[in-house]
Unconditional design. Structure first.
Lengths: 228, 371, 202
């Protein structure tokens, strides 16, 4: 009853212990193996009273375990500025709804009376009793609008309505995001600022060009009138 | 075999709600006294037709569902699926991502094999201690996973062409500390298990089958290697970057339950060796291929079968693409399910108490068996 | 290591002259071509691949079904065998992935196709050669409805015995009368209301 290492697959030893056959191969005094195991459990029991790394239970809710900033639970919708509904970044593009694996997102695009898209959601519901916290919605969103929250105390007495989060319930300020995940939020803010600057610069260039064109045109017209 | 008197036989329906069946799994056992005469497994209590669901959603959307197959080892499931799609679409994976994949997969193996020892002892009657020790160590690894992937178990981490995010600051250092401290726990576990007279009496010469029968029955993973067949996909068909690491494949001699237990203990040491090398060599660079597509991903028409050595055995994904955003055919080759093929053969002629042990030694997870 | 499919093809032609075989090319980048085997000679081909000392395909790793309801799609995805006409009305297909543990070669992909999707859905079972097909063939029978002739114990495996349909078929209609959990935008709720107009709320 010994374990051998296959020679054809063998590599130079990286761990000497693994190559040794288990102690069961040798004859030992009956009962020694059992006593050895009992010694392990006794040590663990005694150490669980004074050794910090063996005292693993956290007395929730008096104490709370530290949670990684990367921890993800349910999604939230980010908004800029003070007014949550006006500042929503979401454009109701439906990418997250299509990619959502359990199909828990429900979006209705808001339109004006002429049927023209207002590029904002009229309805944005997430059924968190269906959501499986995968984070794919946050990953596929091209508008930096949806992120994963770390909030986990969400018990409710109403199983259906209480677990259906509408856009008011889902909206969270970008400051909240910066507090929750500073690194990610800073990266997003920098990227958005760069995009904004680029857009502004492009617009300024466009305006300048239009101005120059206009001036040139006026000049040409003036010259023309002068000639005639 | 002497004639059996039908009236003397006892039908025992073991499960589906039975702690030793590791989930909702039932065995219809026919007993002659204490001896097993026939054993028919009954599946499907956890069936949700994952394959059908996956054929109705996009490729990326199936990734979180793979976490829920073998929920002890979500990261290896992620890897197997990502690898199949990469093969299907011909996507390259950057070097750093390959290292991250190896590190997370071997950490997963540590979780699976140490928890296996705990569950196996539980099946034998030593419920509690060993499992709690294993879960204590598992919790440390799950903390690392939470830091990296955002969730302890449902990681949804691999992407087609790399990983979802880079390692957080200081993660590799924390993982190194864990890898260096883990052998102390292994020593503890080995002291608890090996040489224990009760364990030896219960497990030796139980459930062994000839090598040829095991290969013919499609048994893979530690079960097959316990019988002495040198077949580990990390060696025979090195996927990812496994050909860069030095590690050995422990092999058993008889393939009984004792060997299956010891194989897992030895594989833990080898996984630690791989982890040490991978953490030492971890290069800088991109964690996902710059051209990898997250939105609107459509692989070309074709099919691919890719497999990895998951802690339970050969985990394969077979995909057929018709060029659309959804797979035309999505098939999982679940090691837990196929490893059960020879369950009856292993149990015939043994006692009912041994059936529980043999089932435990196969190491099944019902999320994967029933899909 | 991927097997040398053309060599195996010629080898099978020489050893089993009666067998009807075709080499199917895989249009994708994975490069896994397959051998289309006529159901009548499937067991003989498997037996030869298993017994032959130099090929030695001893591990049947994966067996699975594929439903092809639309022949046009079959032509686009799994290219039809050269010279053969595309089947009309679709068919069911069983795909086998074989490996050799001693030679470390694989996967060798075999495919067998039924005549149609309704009545002639019989494909011989390979359980006598490869035991690992036992539960997987039962699963294909359960989910796709392929009838494996010669299987020792062909019963449903994942669905319950009284279940009638085959859920993995492409034209399977999911039931809408199961116990639903109403959510305000649930399509299932709407369907269930149609199903039970009397019990639905006004």
């Amino acid at each position: 009853m010994s374990l051998v290492l296959n020679k054809s697959m063998e590599h130079p030893a990286t761990s000497s212990r693994a190559a040794t056959p288990p102690p069961a191969a040798a004859w030992t005094l009956p009962g020694i193996g059992l006593l050895k195991g009992l010694a392990v459990t006794a040590t663990n029991m005694i150490q669980s009273y004074y050794r910090k790394d063996r005292m693993t239970t956290v007395q929730y809710p008096e104490e709370r375990a530290t949670i990684s900033p990367n921890f993800r639970n349910f999604p939230f919708l980010a908004y800029d500025g003070a007014d949550a509904m006006a500042g929503l970044r979401c454009t109701a593009c439906l990418i997250c709804e299509n990619e959502c694996p359990p199909k828990c997102i429900y979006i209705v695009l808001d339109r004006d009376e002429n049927g023209k898209s207002l590029k904002r959601p009229k309805v944005f519901d997430i059924d968190v009793s269906v959501c499986m916290n995968c984070g794919i919605c946050a990953e596929v969103c091209p508008f930096d609008s949806i992120y994963m929250d770390g909030e986990y105390e969400l018990s409710t007495t109403d199983r259906f309505e209480g677990l259906l989060f509408n856009k008011q319930r889902l909206a969270r300020s970008t400051d909240y995001h910066a507090q929750l995940r500073p690194l990610e939020a800073a990266e997003v803010a920098a990227r958005r600022k760069a995009d904004e600057d680029k857009k502004l610069a492009a617009q300024a260039a466009k305006e300048a060009k239009a101005k120059a064109d206009k001036a040139a045109k006026e000049q040409a017209a003036a010259q023309e009138s002068e000639l005639s | 075999m002497p004639e059996l008197d039908e009236d003397q036989l006892l039908h025992v329906s073991l499960g589906p709600q039975h702690p030793s069946t590791h989930g909702v799994f039932r065995m219809n056992v026919l007993l002659d006294g204490e001896t097993v005469v026939s054993l028919k497994p009954v599946f499907g209590y956890l069936h949700r037709n994952h394959e059908k669901i996956a054929e109705g959603i996009t490729y990326l959307s199936s990734m979180p569902f793979t976490d829920r197959l073998d929920y002890i080892c979500p990261l290896t499931n992620n890897w197997a699926y990502a690898q199949a799609v990469e093969k299907l679409a011909g996507i390259e994976v950057p070097e750093r991502a390959e290292y991250i994949r190896v590190i997370t997969a071997e950490l997963t193996r540590l979780i699976n094999h140490s928890a296996f020892v705990g569950f196996f002892l539980g099946d034998m009657g030593a419920w509690g201690s060993a499992l709690m020790y294993a879960f204590r160590e598992r919790e440390k690894i799950l903390d690392l996973f939470e830091d990296l992937t955002g969730a302890r178990m449902m990681s949804n981490y691999m992407r087609f062409g790399g990983c979802r995010n880079d390692l957080p600051d200081g993660w590799a250092a924390k993982a190194s500390v864990l890898v260096n401290e883990f052998p102390r726990f292994l020593d503890e576990l080995e002291n608890l298990v090996t040489g224990n007279e009760i364990l030896i009496a219960r497990t030796q010469n139980i459930g062994a089958l000839p090598k040829e029968a095991l290969i013919n029955g499609g048994i893979t993973g530690p079960m097959l290697r316990a019988a002495g067949v040198a077949y580990d996909i990390r060696k025979v068909e090195p996927y990812g970057i496994y050909d860069r690491f030095k590690f050995r494949i422990p092999l058993g001699t008889t393939g009984d339950c004792y060997d299956r237990l010891m194989i897992r203990l030895l594989e833990l040491r080898e996984s630690l060796a791989i982890l040490r090398q991978a953490l030492d060599q971890l290069p800088e660079g991109a964690y996902i291929h710059p051209k990898a597509k997250i939105r609107n991903f459509k692989p070309p028409v074709g099919e691919a079968y890719a497999r990895i050595e998951s802690p339970k055995g050969e985990l394969g994904f077979y995909l057929i693409s018709d060029g659309s955003a959804k797979p035309f055919r999505y098939r999982i080759r679940p090691p837990s399910f196929i490893n059960l093929t020879l369950l009856e053969d292993m149990c015939l002629g043994l006692d009912l108490a041994d059936v529980v042990l043999i089932l435990g030694s196969i190491d099944i997870v019902l999320g994967e068996v029933d899909r | 290591m991927t097997p040398d499919l053309p060599a195996i093809f010629t080898r099978l032609r020489a050893e089993l002259p009666a067998a009807t075989l075709a080499h199917l090319r895989n249009p994708g980048p994975s490069g896994q071509d397959s051998l289309l085997v006529a159901p009548a000679c499937l067991v003989a081909v498997c037996q030869f691949l298993h017994d032959s000392a130099d090929l030695d395909f001893d591990l049947l790793s994966n067996v699975t079904g594929v439903d092809w309801p639309d022949p046009a799609l079959t032509d686009a995805v799994a290219l039809p065998a050269e010279g053969s006409a595309a089947a009309v009305g679709g068919f069911l297909e069983v795909v086998y992935h074989l490996y050799s543990t001693s030679r470390r070669v694989g996967p060798l992909v075999l495919r067998a196709r039924s005549v149609d999707r309704a009545e002639q859905v019989h494909i011989p079972s390979v359980v006598a050669v490869y035991r690992s097909a036992e539960y997987q063939e039962r699963e294909i029978f359960d989910l796709f409805g392929v009838k494996f002739t010669g299987h020792p114990d062909l019963r449903r495996i994942l669905m319950w015995d009284e279940f009638l349909d085959h859920p993995m078929r492409k034209d399977y209609l999911a039931p809408d009368d199961y116990q639903y959990e109403p959510t305000p935008h649930d399509a299932v709720l709407e369907k269930a209301k149609q199903h039970y107009p009397a019990t639905s709320e006004s």
